[in-house]
Ligand binder design. Structure first.
Ligand SMILES: Nc1ncnc2c1ncn2[C@@H]1O[C@H](COP(=O)(O)OP(=O)(O)OP(=O)(O)O)[C@@H](O)[C@H]1O
Length: 257
């Protein structure tokens, strides 16, 4: 399999802190690749560099053979690469359906104002967008919640909505930032199953940053380990878990892998 996303020599400092230094990463097409590391290892900064939220001070990011190092996030989205955020970014006073219908405009950098100034346009919507929203709600088990306000959803339901919103545009690569954070065990099963199905049945490639090792172990191959801003190792989860260098990196932070 070829690399859908590849980054080389990425570095980014904040003041004197080298959050990411000389970091390389490859995400194979069709994989669910995990990214782990102790607190402060640089995972979120790397995610921000890969998704274009911040620019690297050195290094390159290549997606689908194209150098996208300096492209804005919405331009990356237009090329088929979408990300979610650790804290869900839904509109609390809109329903699940309305959030989904707004999502393409948001992700593709189009103007939102006309939609808010003409709320009936959201309700009516474009037939194709409405149809896609119905499909996505089915995939994400959100159909029973279609008219619920996003603000009233549980933490786990918000994570499902966040993931569902990425499906509203035609994307190949989804970057998930801690999808399991704040999700109760019952919904964790639904979320894990959804990611698995999107990969196996819909051909989506994933890069997932996650602290929940159960989710990483169940879904991800390979698993990339970062520590102190840079690449430590990568491999299958069972090997990574027993690697003394990985244990040492985590034990420095007094956390079991
Ligand atoms: N905007 C910023 N300004 C200053 N320092 C920052 C900034 N962003 C990140 N850092 C620092 O860079 C280092 C890496 O942080 P980062 O959030 O990328 O790590 P992480 O692996 O995602 O951590 P966690 O697992 O706790 O979310 C940390 O020392 C952090 O304090």
């Amino acid at each position: 399999m070829t690399a859908l996303l590849s980054a080389k020599g990425l570095s980014r400092s904040f003041g004197g802190v080298h959050a990411v230094r000389d970091m390389g990463v490859e995400v194979r097409e069709g994989s669910i690749t995990g990214l782990i590391g102790p607190n402060g290892a640089g995972k979120s900064t790397l995610f921000n560099l890969l998704s274009g939220v911040i620019r690297p001070q050195s290094g390159t990011v290549v997606y689908n053979g194209e150098d996208i190092t300096t492209l804005a996030p919405f331009r990356r989205a237009r090329r088929g690469m979408i990300r979610t955020f650790q804290l869900s970014r839904e509109f609390g006073r809109l329903t699940v359906l309305e959030n989904l219908m707004l999502s393409p405009q948001m992700q593709l950098g189009e103007r939102l104002w006309p939609l808010f100034s003409r709320p009936s346009a959201v309700a009516r919507g474009d037939a194709a967008v409405y149809g896609r929203a119905e499909e996505v709600m089915e995939i994400a088990a959100l159909t029973p919640l279609r008219d619920a306000y996003a603000a009233d959803l549980s933490g786990g339901q918000k994570k499902l909505l966040e993931l569902a919103r990425t499906l509203m545009i035609d994307c190949d690569l989804i970057l998930l930032d801690e999808p399991g954070a704040g999700v109760n065990p019952a919904l964790m099963g639904t979320l894990t199953e959804m990611i698995h199905r999107l990969n196996a049945d819909h051909g989506k490639t994933f890069l997932i940053v996650e602290h929940d090792m159960d989710l990483i172990g169940r879904l991800c191959n390979p698993v990339i380990v970062m520590t102190e801003g840079t690449f430590l190792t990568q491999g299958v989860f069972d090997t990574i878990r027993d690697d003394p260098r990985v244990i040492e990196a985590y034990l420095g932070g007094m956390v079991d892998v």
